[in-house]
Design a protein around this ligand. Sequence first.
Ligand SMILES: [Zn+2]
Length: 314
Amino acid sequence: MKYVIGVDFGGTNIKLGLVNPKGKIIRRARIDTRSYFSSKAKLINSLAQKIREVMIAQELCATNISGIGIGLPGLIDPRKGIVRFLPNVPGWRNVPLVKILERSLNIATFIDNDVNLAALGEWQYGAGKGADSLICVTLGTGVGGGIILDGKLYRGEGYVAGEIGHIPINEKGPACNCGGSGCLERYVGNQSLLKKARRCLQNKDITLEEVYALANQSNSKALALWEETAVHIGNALVGVVNVLNPRLIIIGGGVAKAYKHLKKPLIQTIKNRSMQVQSRMVAVRRARLGDDAGILGAQILMKDLTTGAHTKHV
Ligand SMILES: [Zn+2]
C-alpha cells in the first residue's frame, strides 16, 4: 500500500490530507471553498495545485500515490466519477471531476458521498473499530448517514443509500427540500434547530454554539431543546435499527458537540422503542475522528478498490 490523498470537500472548506500506509495523516492543506464560488474550474485547479504542493512538500511523485479519494456533500455517481449535484456549492451539476483531475495529475481518482467516506473512516480507525455493521449519522446543516453492513459499505442501487435525514418522522410534517415531507432533517437540521432555539429562548440572534453553552450551564429551555432533538433522531433511528439490526450507531457532525445532552434521551428512545433483539444488540457512540474521518475513509476506499474487498459496484 502506498500513500493516499484524502479530500473532504465541504461547502465551507476543502480539507486535504496525505495519509501514509499506516493510516496516519502526515501532511494537511485547506482551501476556502467560498472564495471559489464564482468558478468551478478555478476551484478544481486550486485543488489540483494543493495536491501537487502536498506531494512536493513530502518529496513524493505520482508513482508513490495509490490514489486520490474525495468525499463530497451531495449526489455522487462513484462509478462514472461524476458529481451530480452539490446543494451547497453553486454551479456544481454533472461535473466529471474524476476525469478532470486524472488528466491534470495523472493519479487514479475516486469520488464518493462524504458521509460514506466518514463511515469508512470511523469504522476502521475511529468509534466503529471491530464492528461488522454500523450506521454513521452526521448532524449538521444536513443530516446524513453512512451504512456499513456485513463488513461492506452499502451504497444502494443508485449509490444514494443512507439518507437518514429524509426518514419521515411525522405524516403531516412540513415540506422538505428533497420533495418529501415531515423528514427528520426538517426537525433537527441546523436551520430548523436555530429557528426553534430562537423562538423558545426568545433571542433572535442566538447561535447553536450559544445554545450548547446554555445547556452546559443547565438552562432548562436549552436542555429541553436538545432532549427534543435527541428524541426526534432516536425515533428515526428506531426504524433503521429494526430494519438493519446494526451493532453500532455512531453520531458525528457539528451538532454532535451537544452529544452529552443528546446521549441519554437518544439511547433511551432507541432502546425503549426498537424491537427486543435489535435493541439489546445495538450500542450508540459519539464519532471519534472529527474532520479526519473523511480523509482517512478515502484511504479505506482506496484499499478496498485495490483489494476488491468491502465496496460494492465500483
Ligand atoms: Zn427530506
